[in-house]
Design a binder for this molecule. Structure first.
Ligand SMILES: *[C@@H]1O[C@H](CO)[C@@H](O)[C@H](O)[C@H]1NC(C)=O
Ligand SMILES: *[C@@H]1O[C@H](CO)[C@@H](O)[C@H](O)[C@H]1NC(C)=O
Ligand SMILES: *[C@@H]1O[C@H](CO)[C@@H](O)[C@H](O)[C@H]1NC(C)=O
Ligand SMILES: *[C@@H]1O[C@H](CO)[C@@H](O)[C@H](O)[C@H]1NC(C)=O
Ligand SMILES: *[C@@H]1O[C@H](CO)[C@@H](O)[C@H](O)[C@H]1NC(C)=O
Length: 432
């Protein structure tokens, strides 16, 4: 309609031009165009400012990270430096998310079956024989062991039975990982337990290691808990097996590997429905993962990572989304106090997954398996969040990896909430 009118008016000018001074007429047309351009620019900038102020108002020491180029395909592992973003376009929940590289869906990670003789195996194992860490640690170990299985062209298994068997919660997706090691008892085997510092040393070695020289046994059981992808990517001996990773970021590798391995059991999937329905109702989900560390809900945790006073920063942030016609607020935390406080402060928009808070390694008792299910589901909900806040926790970071985009991600630091991406130095300390 507008366009039509516009054409009409130009036409009108042109008609009149034949009887008027044509120079003047052309001048008018130019001014109309310039005027429209200026007007639209002003409207655009103002609009951005409005969006900006509604989303993010924490002042002291705020930093903004440019997320727009992060999903391009090259040089992603070299850390992206901070740059001040003057517009908030990529950070508002109202803007369409940048979709991940479409190649993701077509990544072919399969390698030719080159081994002669009986099948050999690489396992991720967590069966009570040694400590494995929380769910985030275990996820890192599973992804690392899976990549090792690809490098060695072996079958891959996951044997995670503490506090309860993973196969009661997750099904196989493409990779049939659910193999009971008892069926392989007569085969030569080796157990590689490398937790914390030992994981650190092993991943350094994996930059150049020839795995077939190092490990000759038929069945290898790995217990690992640090982030290995960055290190494995550097190994030049496995171009054929790992070539598919070259153009992918660490976060994309996690997402692809996880989706190749796991699918939620139908009864868990069902619990997600209320969250999946938000989109069809036009509601945005604003989520946070708040790891407090040692606290009354998980008294056996190793360290205190946050305190209740710092959480005030989060409440201030959430206030911007306290509108039940537009938003829902989700929180996953290891502290029942934080959870209850969120519910009390934001009764109209609060949503969560029912169940008791547990730490899958540190908590004890009969309901720890139910708690484990909640842990898994909470992370899937994090991946559905339009706006996401993560704290110092592998579990939260991997939840951020599982999102489809880098938009509206914030890192909670002890004294501030900072815009970040999964590739900014703020996102995780190098030792994670
Ligand atoms: C990133 O920042 C570091 C330190 O400020 C600097 O040495 C480096 O050259 C920067 N890299 C890029 C790509 O700008
Ligand atoms: C973000 O980074 C990209 C690539 O470095 C650049 O082209 C773009 O202008 C930046 N955007 C903002 C808003 O700074
Ligand atoms: C994936 O790669 C394998 C081995 O290179 C090949 O046999 C298979 O056909 C490929 N699959 C697809 C879907 O391209
Ligand atoms: C390798 O080939 C053998 C024989 O064809 C088959 O039994 C086995 O399942 C294959 N292994 C993998 C990892 O596909
Ligand atoms: C959020 O909104 C509800 C309902 O409008 C109100 O009762 C509550 O006090 C608000 N919370 C905060 C922290 O402002």
């Amino acid at each position: 309609m507008m366009v039509h009118q516009l054409k009409y008016s130009f036409f009108f000018f042109r008609e009149r031009c034949q009887t008027m001074d044509c120079q003047k007429c052309r001048g008018v047309r130019i001014w109309v165009v310039v005027g429209m351009f200026v007007l639209s620019t002003v409207v655009f900038l103002r609009f951005d400012q409005v969006l900006f102020s509604t989303v993010y108002t924490i002042s002291a020491g705020a930093e903004f990270y440019n997320a727009t180029h992060l999903l391009s395909t090259s040089e992603k592992t070299s850390s992206s430096n901070a740059s001040v973003v003057s517009t908030a376009k990529a950070q508002t929940p109202d803007v369409k998310p940048t979709s991940m590289s479409t190649t993701l869906k077509f990544v072919n990670t399969s390698v030719k079956n080159g081994t002669n003789g009986p099948d050999k195996y690489v396992f991720y194992v967590c069966d009570g024989g040694n400590l494995c860490g929380g769910f985030g640690d275990r996820q890192k170990g599973i992804v690392a062991a899976y990549l090792i299985s690809l490098m060695m062209e072996r079958k891959f298994g996951v044997w995670l039975t503490k506090p309860c068997n993973l196969n009661t919660m997750l099904d196989s997706s493409t990779v049939k990982w659910n193999i009971n090691p008892d069926t392989l008892k007569d085969r030569s085997s080796k157990r590689i337990i490398a937790i914390d510092g030992y994981s650190g040393r092993l991943r350094e070695k994996l930059k150049t290691m020839d795995l077939n020289k190092e490990y000759k046994e038929d069945v290898l059981y790995f217990s690992l808990n640090l982030e290995f992808v960055r290190f494995i990517k550097e190994n030049k001996l496995y171009k054929k097996q790992l070539g598919w990773m070259d153009q992918l970021s660490v976060s994309e590798v996690y997402k692809i590997v996880w989706e190749r391995l796991f699918r939620l059991k139908p009864e868990l999937q069902k619990q997600l429905e209320p969250f999946q329905q938000l989109k069809t109702k036009g509601l945005k989900l604003v989520g946070a993962q708040i790891r407090m560390g040692r606290n009354p809900s998980v008294p056996s945790d190793s360290e205190v990572r946050n305190n209740i006073a710092n959480i005030q920063i989060l409440w201030n942030f959430y206030k911007k989304f306290n509108d039940s016609s537009k938003y829902r607020i989700f929180i996953t935390t290891d502290s029942e106090n934080v959870r209850q406080k969120a519910k009390q402060l934001f009764p109209g928009v609060f949503m969560d997954i029912a169940g008791k808070i547990v730490h899958v390694e540190r908590s004890r008792g009969s309901d720890v398996c139910e708690g484990f299910k909640k842990v898994i589901l909470d992370q899937v909900v994090l991946s559905l969040c339009d706006v996401l806040v993560v704290s110092k926790s592998g579990f939260g970071r991997i939840g951020a990896f599982f999102r489809q985009n880098e938009n509206s991600l914030y890192c909670l630091k002890p004294d501030k909430l900072v815009r970040c991406t999964t590739q900014s130095p703020l996102f995780a300390e190098p030792s994670w």
